[in-house]
Design a protein around this ligand. Structure first.
Ligand SMILES: [Zn+2]
Length: 73
């Protein structure tokens, strides 16, 4: 998992690294065409929606990645 920032000064969304390189869309569902940067550590405030999702017991990283690939097809 990585933190990704869409624009300077904005919150960091949580994303997953793809086996193909690059990262997924934010797990909160916000769409973006790309990120300004991705980092391993939260240097700024993380997106509350992403945090709520990742902290929920029903969140399954594999399912998230699977639905991501299904969308891409
Ligand atoms: Zn988010």
């Amino acid at each position: 998992m990585r933190y990704a920032q869409i624009k300077s000064g904005l919150k960091l969304h949580l994303v997953y690294e793809l086996p193909t390189g690059g990262v997924t869309q934010p797990i909160c569902g916000k769409g973006t065409n790309g990120y300004r940067m991705t980092i391993n550590v939260p240097l700024a405030n993380a997106c509350k929606n992403c945090l709520r999702i990742i902290n929920s017991k029903s969140f399954d990283a594999n399912k998230f990645l699977q639905s991501y690939f299904n969308h891409k097809r």
